[in-house]
Design a protein around this ligand. Structure first.
Ligand code: SF4
Length: 703
């Protein structure tokens, strides 16, 4: 499996972390030292890396690396050999399915898996395990953005244009996006807008990105958490009433405007201000910036990210923002557009190849008979052999150990003990399993609960492809040799299928062979890779999907002629604004919201182990207005508890005069009693099944 030798020269690859997928080279040390990271020129990062990228080699030979399988004996994880570990896994699978049927085994994947692994994980679950229960952590990341884009455009590619299209834009509105912390090299693409005073950032707090906007003379829309939908409808109202509607675009390229206006007409500026806290003047200036830049041919874009999307009505929020973009005539035109900033490294590809509960490869719906027939033909099975839709991530985890629920679970590339909403509830569910198997390269908080831990290679030790936030498919290349004891996931699934007697030949271990198969499986689907091949990607061709029989050169810019809906028109998909999923009350008078910081990535299982990153952000904190802190006897540096109806988080107080007095902010990268998700709300979006991460009722207490 690990036959490739360590190379002594730089290998061109991409950062292991976020979806910007900055280009870098990795050069193994001639001695025992860490590999060297060198940033490379690439359109997304232009030679830049953030501190996470610069330090990404530290984990390759980190002392916390798991280098041998572990099994639980008498309550403790102990080293073992691969045969013993995999015997324990297969025994657990067979035991669960003997008593509970195929769905007694569930699988949880991740947006960090390569395309080949995401594809194989879905296929392995459905064919080798015969289970319908597979979903992944991207459900908690991009699902509302995806559902909203599918509803309005008929297709979801996070950014349907290259990031470099933003370079010349003089007006960019970001809603719930903080790339200055989450993907710093990206903000160079906003320099023109920032310098022109045309950068507008909607965020409950003065984030690093909002700072940048204000410093350039732009606008910070400091909205109340959870009111993004109302804000978008208020902006839509101002656009229409202020004469900024692109009437020709709306009449020729869209449908449903009248229904949208029937709702937006009630979102007058004074009502919008009452609900969101954003003034009428700011609403008008924002729309004026976008429309004047559009009219001058100077570029106008609207971008969203998780701040707008991680809500129990996140799909509707995305629909409202897209409606604003459509009213202004932005999507599907050169120089203007709407997009969303994908978070995880393979957050885009991870949602296209079949590890979602409701989808098959090619971004096909699992309930579509034609999709089932096509994928079955590629897999060499009958359509009836592919199980139907499963459960979304939270519902899946919440069913563990319940009557009739799964009793065994395999987790890859995910750490739900930290990242799941209402985290203690999910931790208890995981503990209740008969067999929990976690594949990881360090002992994450979830791996600590496992019955079997399988050590796997890291990014620089594997071959594969990923799809970045623009829909551009990239090669991840092996540059160093993994530890002797690690085994690649493709090998693990093949070996499990062999031990279970369930067709190991259907699960190739060579990523190149898997890519060829996933490309065939994607043919004719929404995310069509069928004209791509490994050699073209290896040669560095810029291949954006769809890249199929009709578009063999790929499609950097989408929707220029028509949208992917039945009639080719983008749909206004606007819904009435619902009351908050959980509002404040005397016991819980504040709104807690969560997010990322520059030094850490996702659950922090990786970045908390990198000394430079850990020293920059060593422990959990809560950001509050000093008035709010002092009201409960706290000040900067004090020890606080943030309490919701579900749990409490312990954190250090960081006072900030720029915070709203009804809001507090929690970074979500920390473990144990410092998990932000101990307080978050698992109320789910009816379409995307996204939990309400971004606003929950809390109170602040002195610890
Ligand atoms: Fe890596 Fe993202 Fe940082 Fe680039 S911005 S170096 S891809 S974490």
């Amino acid at each position: 499996v690990h036959a490739l030798p360590t190379t002594g020269s730089p290998t061109h690859t991409h950062c292991p972390y976020c979806a910007l997928q900055c280009a870098m080279s990795v050069t193994p040390s001639p001695g025992d030292g860490p590999a060297t990271i060198t940033p490379e020129q690439f359109p997304t990062n232009r030679g830049g890396l953030c501190r996470k990228g610069w330090t990404s080699a530290v984990l390759l030979d980190h002392p916390d690396r798991i280098t041998t399988p572990l099994i639980r004996v008498d309550g403790h994880l102990q080293p073992t050999d691969w045969d013993t570990a995999l015997t324990r896994v297969t025994d657990g699978i067979l035991r669960a399915q003997a008593s509970g049927g195929p769905d007694a085994v569930a699988v949880f994947g991740g947006g960090g898996l390569t395309n080949e692994k995401a594809y194989t994980l879905g296929k392995f679950t459905r064919l080798a395990l015969g289970s319908r229960l597979v979903d992944y952590n991207g459900r908690w990341c991009m699902s509302s953005a995806a559902a909203g884009a599918n509803r309005s455009f008929g297709l979801d590619r996070g950014m349907p244009f290259p990031v470099t299209d933003l370079d010349d834009a003089r007006a960019v509105l970001l809603i719930g996006a903080n790339p200055a912390d989450t993907m710093p090299p990206f903000v160079q693409h906003l320099d023109t807008a920032a310098a022109a005073g045309g950068m507008v950032v909607a965020d409950p707090r003065l984030s690093a990105t909002a700072h940048r906007a204000v410093d350039g003379g732009g606008i910070h829309l400091r909205l109340r958490p959870g009111t993004d939908s109302a804000l978008a409808l208020g902006l839509l109202h101002v656009a229409v009433v202020g004469g900024h509607l692109d009437t020709e675009y709306v009449s020729t390229r869209t449908s449903g405007f009248d229904d949208a206006w029937a709702i937006a007409a009630d979102w007058m500026p004074d009502r919008t201000e009452r609900v969101t806290g954003v003034s009428a003047d700011q609403l008008e200036r924002t729309v004026e910036l976008l429309s004047s830049s559009r009219d001058a041919g100077s570029g106008a874009y609207i971008l969203t990210a998780r701040g707008a999307e991680q809500h129990s009505r996140g799909t509707d929020t995305v629909g409202a923002v897209i409606a604003l973009a459509l009213a202004l005539g932005l999507p599907g035109r050169p120089g203007t557009g709407y997009g969303t900033l994908t978070g995880q490294g393979n957050g885009q590809g991870g949602r296209e190849h079949g590890q979602k509960a409701d989808q098959l490869p090619g971004y096909r719906m699992i309930t579509d008979p034609a999709a089932r027939a096509h994928v079955a033909s590629v897999w060499g099975v009958e359509p009836e052999e592919i199980p139907g839709p499963g459960l979304s991530a939270f519902e899946l985890l919440d069913a563990l150990g319940e009557p009739g629920g799964p009793t065994a679970m395999l987790i890859h590339a995910s750490n739900p003990v930290v990242s799941a909403p209402d985290a203690d509830r999910i931790t208890a569910r995981l503990r209740s399993l008969d067999t929990l198997v976690v594949a990881d390269f360090v002992l994450s908080e979830t791996a600590e609960l496992a019955d079997v831990v399988l050590p796997v290679p890291q990014w620089a030790e594997e071959e594969g492809t990923l799809t970045n936030l623009e829909g551009r498919v990239l090669r991840r290349r092996r540059s160093v040799t993994p530890p002797d004891g690690a085994r690649d996931e493709l090998w693990i699934w093949n070996e499990l299928a062999r031990r279970l007697g369930r067709g190991p030949e259907r699960f190739p271990t060579d990523p190149r062979v898997v890519f060829d198969e996933l490309a065939r499986a994607s043919a004719g689907g929404k995310a069509d890779y069928s004209a791509m091949d490994w050699d073209r990607l290896d040669a560095g061709e810029a291949l954006f999907w769809p890249c199929g029989a009709d578009s063999p050169a790929g499609t950097p810019r989408m929707f220029l002629d028509s949208f992917a809906t039945g009639d080719g028109r983008a749909r206004f998909a606007v819904a009435a604004v619902d009351p908050p999923a959980e509002d404040t009350c005397p016991d819980y008078p504040l709104l807690g919201t969560t997010g990322r910081v520059l030094a850490h990535y996702q659950s922090g299982a990786q970045t908390r182990r990198v000394p430079e990153l850990a020293s920059a952000e060593p422990e959990m904190w809560v950001q509050v207005h000093p008035v709010v802190a002092r009201a409960v006897g706290l000040d900067d540096g004090g020890r606080a508890r943030v309490v919701s109806r579900r749990g409490a988080v312990e954190a250090l107080v960081r006072c900030d005069e720029d915070m709203r007095t009804d809001t507090l902010f929690l970074p979500f990268h920390f473990a144990g009693a410092a998990r932000a998700n101990l307080v978050t709300l698992p109320e789910l979006d009816p379409y995307s099944r996204m939990p309400q991460f971004k606003a929950c009722a809390v109170r602040l207490e002195a610890a």
